[in-house]
Structures are given as structure tokens and as C-alpha cells.
Design a protein around this ligand. Structure first.
Ligand SMILES: Cc1cc2nc3c(=O)[nH]c(=O)nc-3n(C[C@H](O)[C@H](O)[C@H](O)COP(=O)(O)OP(=O)(O)OC[C@H]3O[C@@H](n4cnc5c(N)ncnc54)[C@H](O)[C@@H]3O)c2cc1C
Length: 324
């Protein structure tokens, strides 16, 4: 899984490694002081820009300057919440206004934003990545689909926001770039809120008339009530027969549930035609996004003793698999 803060600090750590021990120590101290000062400044900036209700807002304009959506990595933007929609018992769609209402976000497929919030007026920023789920060419807004984890710092704060409130975001460096028609088939295996990058990607693929990639979506959830986007997926299956198929796997289904019961395991994936040896999987990419236990079962554990996962047992090699 992505570790945004580690990625931010990596260049500083690498720079100090190549110097003599004494210089490195002095440099490290200077860098640490500079980083602390910059950090405090950045926190103050983010805190006040997040909390601010600038004059522009009272004039009905977005808090950030117009003409500049997310075009630079780590270019922070404070966005105003336009509306919220409850999608199921624990998931909300939050629509934020972009600084330039005439332009789309500027994000590319499989992008995520880093949200920086200050829950309950705290001075300690809580950075968390979220994946926009609206079509990326839509101008003027981004939608975030956020699951509430009880006690979760960022998700509780974001679920508490009301239209007019603001939150600060920056684009994260892309971990996986989608290339048009590079693969004949893509299998998207999601668990819980891990559906969001899959939804962003599959909309981008299917909306692009030049992209012919076939998509199999497998979404594992705990209960029937956890499923949302059902109508959207049904409509896409109808619009793209033979190209898009969604399968739901529910670990604790209600009586009479129409969905497949259990976890996303080897048997389920075999039954869905996802064995590597099958002819239609000759040129396949497997993308996985879910809670750590699910990712471990599918991709195997980390390190030499991590063991192989279900996808290796199905015949896939590491280069065919990407985890968000
Ligand atoms: C690249 C990327 C994109 C993401 N996109 C989205 C998105 O679009 N929508 C979305 O809702 N989330 C998304 N997430 C997850 C999100 O960043 C947060 O981890 C999540 O909202 C929980 O944060 P929190 O501060 O509320 O919880 P925390 O305060 O960090 O944790 C509180 C409790 O929740 C549990 N918890 C936290 N995260 C998870 C998890 N992922 N699965 C199971 N239990 C968990 C913890 O065990 C803990 O007990 C994404 C994560 C990554 C890495």
C-alpha cells in the first residue's frame, strides 16, 4: 500500500547517505532544522487554509485561486465541499468544487489525492489518500467516495463536513500509469473501499472509444448492504456486453442474497475464468486494491518467507500483478 509520508521524506534521506559522516551530520542537522521550520510553516498554512472561509467564498467563489486545478505533484489546493450523498450505511460521496470551474481536475487515470485534514481543530495534520471517482474529464468538481471507519481520524472528519466547509488536497505521484490497449484483458480485484481506484479506471477505459480492453471486476465486501454503485455497474454491463462484467462476493450475505458467498479466493477466481492458463487471459493485467489481509492472500506475503499468494497459484507472475 502507498505510504505518502515516507515517499515525501525519501529524497532527504537519500541525499544525506552519499556524504562524509561529519558533513552528513551537519547537513542532516541543517536539513532537519530546515525541514522542521518548513514543516511548521506548511502545517500552519494547511491548517489555516483548510479552516479558512476566505472572502472569495462569501462571493460564491471557490477558496483557491481560479485557473489552477491539480496539475503539479504536491501542489496543495483548498477545495470547498459542494454536496454530499449517502451511498450506503457507511459510505458517502463528497463533491468538492475545483478552483477553475471551467476545467477538469487535471488528474490522469489511477490518480489519487492526498487529503490533509485537522480533525477537531487539532494542530497535527492527518494525511490520507483518496481516489476521485467521477469521470476525470468532468469540469468543475471532483467526487470522493469515502467509507467511514468508526474511530478513523480522516474518514470521521470528512464524513462530518457540511457543504461550504473546506479541505486541502494535493495530487500524489502516480504509482501505475494506464496505457491504452497495452493489455487485452484487465482483472480488477477490489475489497471494500478498494473499489474506488477500480471505478475510476474502468470508467476511463470504457469511456475512451479508442480503448478496447476487456474488464472483469471482482468486488469482495462483508455484507449485501456494503455494495453501492450497483446501478452504475449494471448500466455499464448492459452498455458494454462482452467487455465489462462485475461479480460481487459477500462474506456474510443475508438470507436469499443474490451474490456469491464467501471471500475472493482461488476457487472464486477459477470459477470466474481467471486462471492464467485460459486463452482469454494470455495478455492480462491483474490489479488489486483491498484491505491488507485480502491483498496478502491474493499477492502473497512480503519478503523471502512471505509465501506465495492465490494469484501465483493461478499461474500469474509478479509482473502481471499490481497492487494499489
Ligand atoms: C492510494 C489509496 C487510495 C485510497 N482511496 C480511498 C478512497 O477513495 N476511499 C476510501 O474510503 N478510502 C481510501 N483509501 C483509504 C484511506 O486513505 C484511509 O486509510 C481510510 O479512510 C481510513 O483512514 P482514517 O484516518 O479514517 O482511519 P485511521 O485513523 O487511519 O484508522 C482507524 C481504524 O480504521 C481501520 N482502518 C483504516 N484503514 C482501513 C482500511 N483501508 N481497511 C480496513 N480497516 C481500516 C484501522 O485498522 C483502525 O482501526 C485509500 C488508500 C490508499 C492507499
Amino acid at each position: 500500500m502507498l505510504r505518502p509520508t515516507a515517499a515525501l521524506l525519501r529524497p532527504l534521506t537519500n541525499a544525506s547517505k552519499s556524504l562524509s559522516p561529519r558533513r552528513a551530520q551537519v547537513m542532516t542537522t541543517q536539513v532537519a532544522v530546515a525541514a522542521a521550520v518548513a514543516g511548521i510553516g506548511a502545517i500552519a498554512y494547511l491548517k489555516f487554509s483548510s479552516a479558512a472561509q476566505p472572502d472569495a467564498q462569501s462571493e460564491g467563489k471557490s477558496p483557491a485561486a481560479a485557473g489552477s486545478n491539480f496539475t503539479r505533484p504536491f501542489g496543495f489546493r483548498t477545495l470547498r465541499l459542494l454536496s454530499t450523498e449517502q451511498l450506503n450505511h457507511n459510505t458517502k460521496k463528497l463533491r468538492f468544487e475545483l478552483p477553475d470551474p471551467s476545467q477538469p481536475s487535471g488528474l490522469t487515470l489511477t490518480s489519487a489525492l492526498l487529503s490533509v485534514s485537522f480533525p477537531n481543530g487539532s494542530w497535527i495534520p492527518v494525511p490520507r489518500p483518496y481516489t476521485p471517482t467521477n469521470k476525470l474529464d468532468e469540469p468543475g468538481f471532483i467526487d470522493l467516495t469515502i467509507k467511514h471507519y468508526p474511530g478513523g481520524k480522516a474518514s470521521t472528519h470528512l464524513h462530518s463536513l457540511k457543504p461550504g466547509d473546506t479541505c486541502t488536497f494535493a495530487p500524489l505521484p502516480q504509482q501505475f500509469a494506464w496505457t491504452l490497449n497495452k493489455h487485452a484483458h484487465v482483472a480488477l480485484i477490489a475489497g471494500g473501499a478498494g473499489i474506488t481506484p477500480m471505478y475510476q479506471l474502468l470508467q476511463g477505459i470504457l469511456d475512451n472509444p479508442s480503448d478496447r480492453t476487456r474488464i472483469t471486476l471482482v468486488w469482495g465486501v462483508n455484507t449485501d448492504a456494503d455494495i453501492f454503485l450497483l446501478d452504475e455497474f449494471k448500466a455499464l454491463e448492459k452498455k458494454y456486453p462482452g467487455r465489462f462484467k462485475a461479480e460481487y462476493v459477500v462474506s456474510q450475505p443475508k438470507a436469499g442474497s443474490p451474490y456469491r458467498k464467501g471471500y475472493v479466493n482461488k476457487t472464486v477466481l477459477e470459477e470466474l475464468g481467471l486462471r492464467a492458463s485460459e486463452t482469454h487471459n494470455k495478455d492480462i493485467k491483474i490489479l488489486v486494491c483491498g484491505p491488507p489481509p485480502m491483498e496478502k492472500v491474493l499477492k502473497g506475503g512480503k519478503g523471502p518467507f512471505g509465501g506465495s499468494g492465490v494469484l501465483a497459484e493461478l499461474g500469474y507472475n509478479k509482473s502481471q500483478i499490481h497492487g494499489f
